[in-house]
Design a protein around this ligand. Structure first.
Ligand code: CA
Ligand code: CA
Length: 595
């Protein structure tokens, strides 16, 4: 019976689809399969990271080491208004539409081929929001017919992709307590996954899973040891789902109750292990003398089971962090061929703010390698691969204020990297073709000292002072190609200003990235030689993406200088204060690609 019915059903479906096509645009919905296959499909970009594993690798070859010299602008669109601040957003593209978030919690939809604006949504922000590091946003998630993004007042907004009408809104947390949200949500096995920002205000980091169609919570997992996780039933009733870690095991006293570990840079998802990998920020406050112990799960990679919301494993890059070494950097899944046995290991890698490039077994978190990716690291000499712990440098930590004569200021140390990190939010990329990671790194240090501090809701909670300084006269940024098997830097491309934009790598043998000086660059993935560049007129602090539009390979990047450097960069901020702000999207394609 079923076999006989099928042809008729198919005809009906075809007729319906033809009728809809003739009548107007069909809203082809984004499915879980679209998201799981994103890294392999050229016609769309439906996830942050160009694939939930976050590799930012496209197999496309139309633009390659030979043809890239013919890359020219296809279109550009301005975000307009007076709100030109840092633009860190990764565009997502589906069904001929591009969706880009912008500063001050705005989102735009445009025709992906022409750049024609289709709609925009400007979130109404209350007075008193507390974003630490500029009014940025890193991008939206697509699911079904929705486009979903997080706002500076710690809400989630889901809009219809075609109309820009709000379908649902949910509060993530209380912005008056210092919570905000800037990361792009991701979809893991049909669940909307988000984190929170606010590590400088003593918030509690956590990862939430929601029904993307309704915004209703499914589970929540705190990333500070001692806090209870919950699952939620159909009526939204919270059911206890186990405490994260063991209360007071790595925190003495009660500072874990305002312990930080903000998940402000979002997460990646590996379908092979069904694990969500969240990076966590500094423990609060910065003054580490107030909180003896490792302070789990701060400054760590935390692997969470997507189904249960339970922590499967964790790896802490900076135990008992005293330098604001947020470990929020993306953890990218990749296959590592063991040089000795030839066996393929399910691995993951992260270029940590603390200056070390970590390679872990992503099934259990075991540390396989820890390699410096910056030239100067003062706080540790290396890692013990047996214990997975750093070898701390004696006297590398800023001194205890209580050891000073008046108890008001501890001894200052010069520390590298600075708290803005060997790498910060700017995403690295991995090419399975070259086997290399491409890391947008920075060389800088800081004077840092500790002061007394007490928690006050909604107030900065640091207990530290600092000045960031360049280490070299001629450069701060360096795009580095790292071999994860050996930890060797294969090539590097230096940049005067600190790099703050993410990286894209392609099957055409290219690495794309932007600079604060305004250049979108294409380098040879094997050698680092610059093959093409274009001046966009303002700094780039966002990751480029690529996709195929009607047979042509396109490259898009959001532009607009800003982010944490001008606000927190001390001497570095002064050095680059000539850079201009902006706010637009640029798209490129090959001249005469079809001929
Ligand atoms: Ca895709
Ligand atoms: Ca921090």
């Amino acid at each position: 019976m079923q076999i006989q019915k099928l042809p008729g059903q198919r005809k009906l479906a075809l007729a319906l689809s033809a009728a809809l096509t003739l009548a107007g645009p069909v809203s082809a919905k984004v499915t879980d399969a679209d998201i799981l296959n994103d890294a392999k499909t050229n016609q769309d970009v439906v996830s942050f990271g160009m694939g939930t594993q976050g590799q930012r690798f496209s197999p496309m070859t139309q633009i390659n080491t030979k043809s890239v010299k013919n890359l020219v602008p296809a279109w550009s669109m301005s975000f307009g208004g007076e709100k030109q601040r840092g633009q860190e957003s990764q565009p997502v593209i589906h069904n001929g539409k591009m969706f880009v978030t912008a500063s001050y919690s705005r989102i735009f939809a445009m025709d992906a081929k022409t750049g024609k604006k289709l709609w925009k949504y400007e979130h109404r922000l209350p007075d008193g929001i507390m974003p630490c590091c500029d009014v940025i946003n890193r991008g939206a998630a697509l699911y079904d017919d929705l486009v979903i993004f997080a706002t500076l007042d710690a809400q989630l907004v889901a809009l219809n992709q075609d109309t820009g009408k709000v379908v649902w809104k949910e509060k993530l947390e209380d912005y008056k307590a210092g919570y905000s949200a800037t990361a792009a949500p991701i979809i893991a096995k049909g669940k909307l996954i988000t984190g929170v920002s606010g590590g400088e205000f003593g918030v509690i980091g956590r990862i939430d899973a929601r029904d993307p169609r309704t915004g209703k919570l499914l589970w929540t997992r705190p990333t500070v040891e001692g806090h209870m996780g919950y699952t939620f039933d159909k009526d939204g009733k919270a059911i206890e789902n186990g405490i994260s870690g063991t209360t007071n095991a790595t925190w003495s006293g009660d500072l874990w109750q305002t312990g930080g570990a903000a998940t402000w840079n979002g997460a990646t998802y590996d379908p092979e292990t069904n694990l969500i990998f969240a990076g966590t920020g500094n423990p609060s406050p910065w003054n580490s003398h107030l909180r003896p112990g490792d302070n789990l799960f701060s400054s760590s990679t935390v692997a969470i089971d997507a189904d249960t919301g339970k922590i499967a494993w964790h790896f802490q890059g900076t135990p008992h962090d005293g330098w604001d070494f947020d470990g929020v950097n993306e953890f990218i899944s990749f296959d590592l061929k063991d040089p000795k046995t030839g066996k393929v290991i399910k691995a993951g890698a992260k270029a940590d703010r603390n200056g070390f490039f970590f390679v872990n077994d992503r099934t259990n978190g075991k540390l396989l390698g820890a390699y410096p990716f910056v030239n100067k690291i003062t706080w540790a000499t290396g890692f013990d691969l047996t214990t997975g712990r750093p070898n701390f440098t004696p006297d590398g930590r800023p001194g205890n204020p209580l050891d000073s004569a008046d108890g008001k200021k501890g001894s200052s140390v010069f520390s590298a990297p600075s708290f803005l990190g060997g790498k910060n939010q700017q995403q690295m990329a991995y090419s399975p073709q070259t086997g290399l990671f491409y890391i947008p790194a920075n060389e800088w240090g800081m004077d840092i000292w500790n002061e007394p501090i007490a928690y006050k809701k909604g107030a900065a909670y640091l207990g530290a002072g600092f000045t960031i300084k360049p280490l070299h006269d001629d450069y701060i940024g360096a795009l580095r190609a790292m071999d994860p098997k050996t930890g060797k830097i294969v090539w590097e491309s230096k940049n005067y200003a600190p790099l703050w934009g993410g990286v894209l790598t392609t099957g055409g043998g290219l690495v794309f990235h932007g600079t604060p000086e305004g250049l979108l660059r294409a380098l040879d993935a094997k050698t680092g030689e610059e093959l093409w560049s274009f001046q966009v007129g303002t700094g780039i602090v966002a990751p480029p993406v690529t996709w195929e539009q009607d047979g042509e390979q396109m490259v898009a990047v959001t532009t607009g200088w800003g982010g944490a450097v001008p606000l927190w960069g001390g001497d570095v901020a002064k050095r680059v204060n000539y850079l201009e702000q902006g706010g637009s999207v640029w798209v490129f394609k090959l001249h005469n690609a079809k001929k």
